[in-house]
Structure formats: C-alpha cells, structure tokens
Design a protein around this ligand. Structure first.
Ligand SMILES: [Zn+2]
Length: 237
C-alpha cells in the first residue's frame, strides 16, 4: 500500500477545518471585489524558456498523450462551480516572469526536486511584485505523470486541479478531504464542499451550480507568492 503525505506551506494557520486564501491583499483575477467573476487566459509553454529555478520544458516532452485534455478538464471543473471563464491562448515563448503576451496562467514543466517530494508548484494571482509570474504552474518533469494509472503514476488531472486552485488564489485548506487539502489524495475525484466554498468566496458561484453552505471559516496566511504540492511515498506492503 502506498501512503501519501504532503507538507503544508509552513506559513498557514491550522486551527480550523477551512479553506485558506493567498496572502496579504486579496489576490484574485479580474475585479478585486470578492465574489466577482473573471475571465482568465492560459497557455502551454513551448519549452526552453528560462524558468524560476531552471529551464522550462513543454509538457509534451515528459507527459503522456492526452495531458492537455486532463488539464482542460481541471479548468472546466473549477469553472463549473464558480463564475470563471477560461480561454486558451498561444504562448509567446517569453522567459518566466517577463513581459509576455502569453496566458495569465502559463503552464510548463521544470525539474523541481527529482521523483516524489514536490510534484508541482503554482504562483498565486499576484500582481504586486511580479511581472507575469502570477498564476503560472510548473509540473515537476521528474515525476511519472499519468492519466489513468494511479498505482504507479501521479494523476495529471488531480495535480492540475489542485495547482490551478493556487493559480486562482486559494492556499492550502486545513480540510484533509479537500482537493486543496495538504495531501495528494487521488481518492478524491473532484472538488469538495470546502474547495467550492473557497472559490465561490473569491469569484462567486456559477449560476448553474448547486449552492453550497457558507459555514466555513476563512483563514489568511502570511506573504508568499508560491505554493507547492508534495508527495512522499512512505511504505509499500
Ligand atoms: Zn498546494
């Protein structure tokens, strides 16, 4: 049996079961007013660009065929419950965090820390100290990414869903049974009530979505612009 653990970002409070937001001033796309929707573009990086810690790779250089559909499904999953509209645009190949005409959320890969450990990381929709890093999402090129083999591989959809949550402004939830929880937990196959409450707090509900009880605590976190998801394989028996 494999068990998975992940490290909370150290700056998050852990006093209640609740979603958290990115730090400092509200970081969301579109109108900064809470509960208002946004149209957000995304693009797939070409590869070869200077990344935040190394060189960026195109996803098709290390992911199986069908990865784009898995990532688009993750975007659609968020927009199915919140007032969000995602548009794919071409990436212009600019280096990370430089002026660019690429998507708000640029998606690529880079060697982060080798197999396991950090699976991916994403930047909050920060507009305060970055040029264009806000929202960007990098998958670790060292993982065995998978569409349907979750025994030996890491779910592209699951990690994309989690990381896009960061790209949209959500931090790690203290609710373990949440996509935005601290654990890579592919048993969860879709957004949970806590995830939905968090994203609707920022962007409002999709008008066709089922209302979710709003009885969730809201926590804040210290200043940071990046959050990563980790996995550690502790045993197999
Ligand atoms: Zn995370």
């Amino acid at each position: 049996m494999k068990t998975f653990t992940a490290l909370l970002c150290l700056f998050f409070l852990s006093t209640a079961n609740a979603y958290t937001l990115s730090s400092g001033p509200i970081q969301k796309w579109g109108d900064p007013t809470l509960g208002t929707g946004a149209t957000i573009s995304y693009s797939f990086m070409m590869g070869g660009e200077q990344c935040d810690t190394s060189t960026c790779s195109a996803l098709d250089s290390f992911m199986p065929l069908g990865f784009q559909q898995e990532i688009k499904k993750a975007f659609n999953t968020w927009s199915s419950v919140a007032n969000l509209n995602f548009i794919e645009v071409a990436d212009d190949g600019a280096n990370f965090n430089t002026l660019t005409t690429s998507g708000d959320i640029r998606i690529g890969g880079e060697m982060i820390d080798g197999p396991s450990g950090v699976l991916a990381h994403a930047f909050y929709p920060d507009t305060h100290w970055y040029f264009s890093a806000g929202g960007d999402l990098h998958f670790d090129t060292s993982e065995t990414w998978s569409i349907d083999n979750l025994v030996d591989g890491i779910s592209i959809f699951w990690v994309a869903l989690h990381e896009i949550g960061h790209s949209l402004g959500l931090g790690h939830s203290n609710e373990s049974n949440a996509i935005m929880g601290p654990y890579y937990n592919p048993v969860l196959t879709g957004l949970q009530a806590d995830d939905i409450a968090g994203i609707q707090y920022l962007y409002g509900a999709n008008i066709s979505a089922v209302p979710v009880p709003a009885a969730f605590w809201l926590l804040s976190s210290a200043l940071v612009g990046l959050c990563g998801l980790r996995r550690k394989t502790s045993s197999k028996n």
